[in-house]
Design a protein around this ligand. Structure first.
Ligand code: B12
Length: 275
């Protein structure tokens, strides 16, 4: 059994290593705090259900939207890779090729897992997949508890460093380490809510969930006015309108390039490069 001091040292080493391997942000969240969070609680009661077709094949054996927690998992290591507006290709899908941002996240995860396995061979490490239905966790909530930022009016994690322009991943470990959050950062409080006005589908136009009806303090987009189905409609439109291009950094072959809408990310004044 490690002492508190040893666990703090271990936490510092992990945070430093994740950055060394390419994470732009990283933090630690207590698994017991993440269990039964608002996303998981709301999921079975969602009215604007529009299921992610990639998540349809549930591999956890649990109901749709329920999180699978490995026995003995104590801490989530949550890490982010910045996806700046100036490098939109980080988020592009070229044919079936993983976007460069996803590849970078995978590389960080692989290097970190290998290092953790060799540094603490007795500790268990579980890299978590993207889709909750395939064993993933609700990443925005994990990132909030790990102190990376807050969940903003656009329903995205907003960080002081990059605003919402980042992508997240997590892995669980069997050691109980001190949580690194949450932080008091809240840029939406005095904001003019540019994100709500820029959605091509008007996905933030109507309150769908209320605190009274759901019994939850935390609702999608804070006020319960994020309409998931309209967001999916826009992303489906993006797929249908994808053009065939030759992008040498992806492939020499002409391939369909899908550029998903990121208006609610880019409209956020936080994390913009100073002019
Ligand atoms: C399924 C999914 C989608 C679906 C449905 C989205 C949804 N929110 O329901 C679709 C395909 C529509 C989608 C769209 C997008 N997505 Co998406 N998506 C996911 C996925 C896999 C799960 C999200 C989910 O199902 N949530 C469950 C529902 C019920 O909850 P919710 O709507 O998020 O609302 C909850 C929270 O807001 C929470 N909450 C609100 N306030 C607070 C406060 C506190 C303190 C706490 C604890 C919680 C909390 O409570 C709400 C429930 O009541 C995650 C990855 C993951 N494994 O987490 C990525 C993820 C959320 N998506 C991401 C992105 C970037 C997008 C898009 C911009 C598209 C794109 N270009 O990639 C849009 C933006 C949509 C938006 N504004 O929310 C990123 C977000 C990064 C960030 N900065 O936050 C994630 C984390 C993936 C990643 N690679 O990093 N997505």
């Amino acid at each position: 059994m490690l002492s508190y001091r040893e666990r703090c040292e271990m936490a510092s080493m992990i945070l430093a290593k994740a950055r060394e391997f390419g994470a732009d942000l990283v933090g630690l969240a207590d698994v017991s705090v993440l269990k039964n969070g608002p996303s998981e609680s709301l999921f079975p009661r969602m009215k604007d259900h529009s299921r992610d077709r990639f998540a349809e094949r549930i591999t956890t054996g649990l109901p749709h939207g329920a999180v699978f927690w490995e026995d003995g998992a104590e801490t989530a290591i949550v890490y982010a890779v910045a996806h700046p507006e100036e490098e939109p290709e980080m988020d592009w899908w070229c044919g079936g090729i993983d976007p460069p941002g996803n590849k970078k996240l995978a590389a960080v995860g692989k290097a970190l897992k290998e290092w953790l396995n060799s540094a603490w061979p007795d500790m268990q490490v579980w890299p978590k997949l993207y889709h909750v239905e395939k064993g993933g966790i609700y990443l925005k909530e994990a990132a909030y508890w790990a102190g990376l930022g807050c969940i903003g009016r656009n329903n995205l994690l907003i960080t002081p460093e990059f605003g919402p322009k980042l992508r997240l991943r997590a892995m669980l470990i069997s050691e109980k380490l001190p949580q690194t959050g949450p932080s008091a950062f809240d840029p939406c409080r005095d904001c003019e809510e540019y994100c709500l006005k820029c959605c091509p589908q008007g996905a933030f136009g109507e309150v769908i969930y209320t605190r009274e009806e759901t019994g939850l303090d935390h609702l999608p987009a804070r006020e319960g006015d994020y309409f998931r189905k309209l967001c999916v409609d826009e992303m489906t439109k993006n797929e249908n309108e994808a053009e065939v291009q030759v992008l040498k950094q992806f492939s020499d072959e002409p391939l369909k390039v899908t550029k998903y809408c990121r208006n609610c990310e880019f409209a956020c004044p936080f994390g913009k490069k100073p002019l």
